[in-house]
Write a protein of this length. Structure first.
Ligand SMILES: *Cc1c(COP(=O)(O)O)cnc(C)c1O
Length: 365
């Protein structure tokens, strides 16, 4: 039985009757950049996250950059993030001229190791950027206490955490501001590029609204040098339709994850990551550890089962950052990288498909 890693076509088929007219409305109105559909989505997404504001932007990386810019973080400043994330978590820090300072992850949950954050704080540190990796929130209580003690901002990289929760709060409403990505493969994905920022801060919201539109407060009056990070009207319409389904899709993902966990927990070939009972995981990715990962991935591929690797090379060992860090600097991230395997995960996955994947992980040699 073939099992795709992700099936965007299945999702589109299920909502085509809502998506097509919503996109056509934008085309009929010709409100192609920002506009009413984007404003509608911003309101709905802010409400969903429990945040006062949402500012829709071009993509998740720019969302992080705009948050940093709006807080005046740049040259000479340091921002702490984690070694085992998608490259963009650190890249966004570099792109505003600041210095990413990496911290290792914990072996049991792959999230930032909060016991190692304080040692990374210097006089130059301005913010902590925890990543809710794979869709599980980082330990935000510990991070918030550290941030208060050292007067630092907390910026959530919630690019994988649409609808995730932490102790009764939604991701996006835990730190000072949060960045979301609406890249097509995310739990809430546009039909192209998209991103969003949530915050409860009125002044920062005003700044980001200016920054995303060439620093304009009024038409052709540029108060600051900004960027062009406007979300497309069509993407606003798509996201507004899809947001209404997000809870149901996340619930389906959690059902699949529970079955994976039940079927894999006694499999000696597979190590599961810990999921914390005080958090709501959205299972953006279902990642396990296996020895001989590349051989296992090939074996599954030969059976028609597609998998992914998130991520094969930790940030500190990327060529783009050559000369800054060394092998051995973040031993847990380095230990995990060659063992990580992301199993098929999307709402429309069937129970039979989950069983098929687990069956094929039984006899590895
Ligand atoms: C997807 C992602 C980003 C970047 O989002 P884009 O929309 O691709 O720019 C940043 N951080 C994490 C953790 C991500 O998964």
């Amino acid at each position: 039985m073939p099992v795709p890693f992700l099936d965007l076509k299945a999702q589109y088929r299920s909502i085509k009757h809502e998506i097509d007219p919503a996109m056509q409305d934008v085309i009929d109105s010709c409100a192609f950049a920002l506009g009413p559909a984007v404003e509608r989505f911003e309101k709905a997404f802010a409400e969903y996250c429990g945040s006062k504001h949402c500012i829709a932007v071009g993509n998740g990386t720019s969302a992080i950059e705009l948050i940093l810019m709006a807080h005046g973080i740049g040259q000479g400043d340091e921002v702490i993030t984690v070694a085992n994330s998608f490259f963009a978590s650190a890249e966004a820090i570099s792109l505003v001229g600041a210095t990413p300072v990496l911290v290792d992850c914990s072996e049991d949950d792959a999230l930032i190791d909060t016991t190692k954050i304080e040692a990374a704080i210097t006089q130059k540190t301005k913010a902590i950027l925890p990543v809710h990796l794979y869709g599980q929130c980082a330990d935000m209580d510990v991070i918030t206490i550290l941030a208060k003690k050292h007067k630092l901002l907390v910026i959530e990289d919630a690019c994988q955490a649409h609808g995730s929760g932490y102790k009764g709060k939604r991701a996006g409403n835990i730190g000072d501001a949060a960045a979301f990505s609406f890249y097509p493969g995310k739990n809430l994905g546009a039909y192209g590029e998209g991103g969003g920022i949530t915050t409860n801060d009125d002044a920062i919201t005003k700044k980001i609204r200016m920054l995303r539109d060439h620093g304009m407060a009024e038409k052709y009056k540029h108060a600051v040098v900004g960027r062009n990070e406007r979300l497309d009207g069509i993407q606003g319409a798509v996201l507004d339709v899809k947001l209404k389904h997000l809870e149901a899709w996340n619930t389906a993902r959690r059902t699949h994850a529970a079955l994976y966990q039940a079927l894999l927990k006694n499999n000696p070939n597979v190590t599961l990551f810990q999921t914390h009972p005080d958090r709501i995981h959205n299972y953006h990715l279902f990642v396990v550890r296996v020895k001989n990962r590349d051989a296992v991935q090939t074996k599954l591929k030969d059976k028609g089962i597609q998998t992914g690797i998130h991520y094969p090379i930790p940030i500190h060992l990327q060529e783009a950052y050559a000369g800054i860090w060394n092998t051995g600097d973040f031993p847990v991230a380095e230990k995990l990288a060659p063992e990580l395997l992301s199993l098929p995960m999307f709402a429309e996955l069937t129970e039979e498909q989950v069983r098929e994947v687990c069956e094929n992980l039984k006899h590895l040699s």
